[in-house]
Design a protein around this ligand. Structure first.
Ligand SMILES: *Cc1c(COP(=O)(O)O)cnc(C)c1O
Length: 362
């Protein structure tokens, strides 16, 4: 069967070079070969996350680390900042982990604002908060810098940040932001196969985790730190993913991070322009649009054109491209186009040509 190229917001298209690296001959995870591999990617990851802390590798999907963060770092009560499907779910997950949790819910399409977080934290009830930087379901990017600035006012609150669909597409400076956990799954903006998450934890959060009684084993942050100090992981990782990561990091630095960030800005703007050209409006509140995907309104917002999304998807798929038909409660009243990963102006133009052709048939 012919491959349909992925322009959904994760997983995204994986390059042949990455797949080749993924298929490297197997090595033992306690041997020097693996330690050398981890020691090679460590400084690259630290540069990517702008941190001096060790960056951990968890060959789980992102949710493993998201749940792990709650288990390691919530003692009193967690504030779950919610603005879409993924951030909403973190509230459920917190409760499923048996943690007292409170929702800071805003309408889908809106960002989380620092003032609202400040108001909640001022109650003194919380010792942790979860925030999704780039809410993939709605295409909304919340103002991370402003929210992270609250850490100074609330130093005892642990700031847990998911950058699953934004990390590598724009600078997210872990140490400078002063947050406690920064995590990303790699099937989104990294353009690796699904099954690997990378994350960093502040020394204060590590000290807090060490006191948590029921943090379990598989996602014990203290174990990750101890093992990372030896260039190892707590349990047997998916070693293919680490080979693939190494290859991908080389790609990032060969391109240059600044160039990579600029490329995402550019290709995302091109998608917004495509939508405007066809009379669509965007779903996110103005000024808070993601740079890695575009959530196009198809009736969810007043004004703007509407089309039969299922038909649009099919017409585009017949030309070899997969776009997303909207997520959760905005399925069909929105659709999403991803520009994450390796996409360039040239490859995006191929997608727009297919979309144009499909639109002409609707
Ligand atoms: C995809 C996604 C997740 C979930 O990732 P999994 O790899 O499926 O566990 C979490 N947060 C955000 C923002 C996402 O886009």
């Amino acid at each position: 069967m012919a491959h349909v190229k992925l322009h959904i917001p994760g997983p995204v298209e994986v390059s042949e070079k990455t797949f080749k690296a993924f298929c490297s001959p197997m090595i033992g995870h306690r041997g020097q070969g693996f330690k050398d591999l981890y020691a090679k990617v460590q400084p690259q990851l630290q540069q990517l996350l702008y941190t001096k802390q060790l960056v951990y590798l968890s060959t789980s999907s992102a949710w493993g680390v998201m749940e792990g963060a709650v288990r390691n770092l919530v003692q009193k009560k967690v504030l779950n900042c919610m603005c879409g499907a993924f951030s909403d779910k973190w509230f459920d997950v917190s409760k499923k982990c048996g943690k007292p949790a409170e929702a800071l819910q805003v309408d889908w399409g809106s960002p989380i604002r620092a003032e609202a977080v400040d108001q909640k934290l001022a109650t003194g009830e919380f010792d942790a908060l979860t925030l999704i930087h780039n809410e993939t379901s709605t295409g909304v990017m919340s103002p991370l810098t402003e929210i992270a600035a609250l850490k100074k006012k609330y130093p005892d609150v642990t700031f847990i940040v998911d950058a699953v669909s934004s990390l590598t597409a724009l600078p997210i400076k872990f140490d400078e932001l002063g947050i406690d956990v920064l995590l990303a799954g790699t099937q989104k903006a990294f353009a690796l196969p699904p099954g690997l998450a990378v994350f960093a934890v502040s020394p204060a959060a590590l000290a807090k985790a060490a006191l948590a009684k029921d943090r379990g084993y598989y996602f014990d942050f203290v174990e990750f730190q101890k093992n990372a100090e030896q260039s190892m992981t707590p349990s047997t990782p998916s070693i293919g993913h680490v080979f693939a990561l190494s290859s991908k990091l080389d790609d990032f630095f060969a391109e240059g991070l600044e160039n990579r960030y600029a490329r995402h800005q550019k290709t995302n703007q091109m998608t917004r322009d495509w939508a405007a050209r066809h009379g669509f409006v965007l779903y996110p509140e103005k000024g808070f649009e993601s740079v890695t995907l575009t959530c196009v309104s198809n009736g969810a917002r007043p004004g703007g054109r509407t089309v039969d999304v299922a038909k649009l998807q099919k017409l585009v798929k017949d030309q070899g491209f997969l776009i997303d038909g909207g997520y959760g409660k905005i399925k069909g009243t929105t659709f999403r186009i991803s520009n994450m990963g390796d996409e360039t102006e040239a490859t995006m133009n191929q997608l727009y040509a297919a979309l144009d052709k499909a639109m002409a048939q609707l």
